[in-house]
Design a protein around this ligand. Sequence first.
Ligand code: NAD
Length: 470
Amino acid sequence: MGNIELENGNEESQNPYLPLLQAQQKYFRQQCSKPLQSRKAVLQKFASLLKEKESDLFEAIHSDFHKSAFETYAAELGFLQHEIAFALKHLDTWAKPKRVAHGLINFPGRSYVLSQPLGSALIIGAWNYPYQVTLLPAISALAAGNTVLIKPSELAPATAAAMKQLINTNFPAELIHVVEGGATETQQLVDLPWNSIFFTGSTRVGREIYQRAAKNLTPVTLELGGKSPAFVLKDANLKDAAKKIAWAKCLNAGQTCVAPDFVWVEAEVRSAFIEELCQAFEAYPTAPDQANDHYVKIISKRHTERMASLLDPKQVVFGGQIDVDQRFVAPTLLHPVAWEDPVMQEEIFGPLLPIMEFENLEAALNQALQQPSPLACYVFSTDSRRIRQILDTLPFGGGCVNDCLMHLANPRLPFGGVGHSGSGRYHGEAGFRTFSHEKSIVEKFGWFDAPVRYPPYLPWKWKVLRRLLP
Ligand code: NAD
């Protein structure tokens, strides 16, 4: 049984994934995943394999939901290559012990923090960017010296199989391995005592994962979703805002966790902005026979039906076509829309874009504060005072001013949600820290030991204590 402590005894010892975890924990205990040179070699091998198997990976994702090679490279494989190169460049610095000020109390000696891998990490992915949301945290976990088990989403089966083939045939299962499965398999995995769980998916399932992981006190990173607003103020460049919002909403057919969920436009420019948005949306297919490799399918018929249930034909000002059999939803603008409408009750996660309007920014911000914190927020404006007002008032994961989505493209920016949109961070150094324990050390030099702390507590010691801790 190794060092695994099972809270639920027999039940967990029957868990089919226990041998895998045990093998990974043994590998970790033997220090095999830790040396910096081995971590770098693994990351380099990962980068080469992603390049070598690129066409298999493109083919798999195309068969799952018609994602083009361009979008796959821009938002997934190229993204991963960039992350690996960044990690390789900075790993020595991230992993180096960090000296901190030592203080008189501990004289003579030094204080420092050691970054240590947590152990065995379980990574559970969503289907929408299937390579990015599973392999990017895996890169951080490996860079930090952990072992990794990946459970991709069953809703993108070809990509899950492609990742399994790529990883399981090229790396030892003790270091990194892929397991396929749906809810039942994920629950069985989560029930085991991992040292870290990294979950990307819906808030509903994230809550369940968190509760299950609590049994083993496993730390959990939650990368969830939410209703991310795009504010368009009256002084914005409306054409530029429309083009960027349309792109961010139509990329991956709106199935993007940080897509602008809805637009919130200042009433004064509402009509002009809707006109600009309609023009910008014309660049995308409006019927299934126009859909091509530049516009992905909705992941399943069930998800397409959900889009249909959110769409009120009376609100459609552009688009509106849905073909469930072809899993097609046209980029669609909805106006006017109220908070009570079904489309404002849940994360849309598709190419429907409700347009809300506001007369008074303070009142709009007060309404936004009543909602669960979103993963992203976008502000289009040239008024730096009002931009800061929005950024400072609203809680949200991260975002952009005068753009959408592009905060993800900078590995120097930590990425993650807050409140209902998640907890914890990754990308670049933030990912390395998520999978590391910061071990604090005071190291004493033996040539002097101040007698103050030892009894008897004489009056002079009391005086020294009061001076050291005033
Ligand atoms: P989901 O929550 O349905 O599934 C995510 C994972 O959980 C899958 O691997 C699935 O097999 C597993 N799962 C599903 N039901 C389960 C259950 N009952 N118990 C245990 N495991 C279960 O999410 P999804 O539909 O794959 O993804 C869409 C959601 O993910 C959206 O809300 C989106 O915003 C969010 N998302 C967030 C990010 C981010 O970085 N924050 C990125 C991508 C997607």
